[in-house]
Design a protein around this ligand. Structure first.
Ligand SMILES: Nc1ncnc2c1ncn2[C@@H]1O[C@H](COP(=O)(O)OP(=O)(O)O)[C@@H](O)[C@H]1O
Ligand SMILES: [Mg+2]
Length: 361
């Protein structure tokens, strides 16, 4: 029935038709194809993606399956999706060798939902299978321990700080060093030292993404971060009422001045869905962040609705992404997390294009 025997070369040639829509290159040249086997006209291979949170993985799997299934002599195609987050090119030279990407999360002002975004994105990336750390660098208002429902003081072993671990996320916060509700007062040099300790003296272990929740605005902590470690990129959280987004834009410019690429803008509290009738209301207007990102040529990562359950879940220590993964709010966070992961892969690819696989055709 199958006269022609299919070869590895035939399969790879067919797979060259499948292009990664973010990296704009075919999946063979990108070195994604691993473990290619042909047995009894059954072709199996892995597609090793750059992130487990890849937004287009099912599409690539299907395109790859179809491209190979068309070949003569192929009875069955088995595509296995794997992922390996590629490290930022400069990171292996730093003291944080086990952390592949450091991602800053900033905002022009406080109260825009930056910490809520940080914990929910962390949870969404974790659910996709990525190894996640969260550094609460908002030394003036550390919120992460409350939002993750874990307030035990940190443990120190052999002069190394062990990160707290909860919901599968490793995290560290000034709130874990200071007992009770003591106010935190920091002078510049202290803030600098504290952030450096949180980066270098913490036993982070292997992480794909370390998300850093920055204090609002611009300041010492941002500079310390930019000067201490190679940051893959920054995310800006904004609200629609942030007039013309002027304040957020200042933050954006500060990142650009310190050579930190902007991974994208998120519009939080973008719209409200009435829990009784399902009607959508745009309390503060909507779409400002999208327009601003278009004007500035930076990616727009998405919109998050105002939802009382987002606040309630943050207050009870279980982010909505974990508490109710199929809710519209959780879906919004998850889609943003996927777009963010794709942007991180794009930035890393621009700095150091992936090695082209040596293949015999
Ligand atoms: N999309 C949202 N819908 C409803 N409440 C939200 C939303 N995002 C954040 N909040 C709430 O707004 C308050 C401020 O959020 P927070 O993440 O602490 O802001 P920031 O870190 O920017 O200061 C918190 O009470 C939080 O639960
Ligand atoms: Mg905060």
């Amino acid at each position: 029935m199958f006269g022609k025997k299919v070869s590895e070369g035939d399969v790879l040639r067919a797979l060259r038709q499948v292009v990664d829509p973010d990296l704009h290159q075919d999946i063979v040249s990108l070195g994604f194809i691993k473990n290619l086997k042909i047995e009894d006209s059954v072709v199996s291979f892995d597609i090793n993606l750059t992130t487990p949170a890849c937004p287009v993985k099912e599409r690539m799997r299907e395109e790859a399956r179809r491209a190979v299934a068309q070949l003569e002599g192929v009875r069955e195609v088995r595509v296995n999706l794997t992922a390996e987050v590629r490290p930022h090119a400069a990171l292996d030279r730093s003291a944080l060798a086990s952390v592949r990407n450091i991602v800053a999360i900033g905002s022009g002002k406080g109260g825009v939902g930056k910490s809520t975004v940080a914990v929910n994105l962390a949870a969404a990336l974790r659910m996709s299978g990525a190894r996640i750390g969260l550094l609460d660098a908002d030394i003036y208002g550390p919120a992460i321990p409350l939002m993750l429902g874990h307030r035990q003081q940190v443990e120190i072993r052999e002069n190394r700080i062990l990160p707290a671990e909860h919901h599968g996320l490793r995290f560290i916060s000034m709130g874990l060093f200071v007992p009770g509700d003591k106010p935190l007062i920091w002078r510049g040099p202290m803030a600098h030292k504290a952030l450096q300790q949180c980066l270098f003296d913490v036993e982070w272990g292997e992480l794909d993404y370390l998300l850093v929740d920055l204090p609002p605005g611009t300041g010492d902590v941002h500079l310390t971060l930019a000067q201490s470690v190679p940051v893959t990129g920054a995310v800006i959280v904004s609200t629609p009422q942030d007039v013309g987004l002027v304040i957020s834009m200042k933050t954006l410019r500060m990142f650009q001045q310190t050579n930190i690429p902007i991974l994208g803008i998120i519009e939080n509290m973008s719209y409200y869905i009435c829990s009784h009738c399902g009607a959508r209301e745009e309390i503060f207007g909507h779409g400002g962040a999208r327009h601003a990102s278009e004007a500035l040529g930076v990616p727009f990562l998405g919109e998050i609705p105002i939802d009382t359950r987002i606040r309630r879940q943050a207050d009870t220590g279980v982010p909505i992404v974990l508490a109710d993964p199929s809710s519209p709010a959780a879906t919004a966070y998850r889609e943003i997390a996927e777009r963010l992961a794709a942007q991180i892969s794009i930035v890393n690819y621009r700095i150091a294009p992936l090695r082209i696989e040596e293949v015999s055709m």
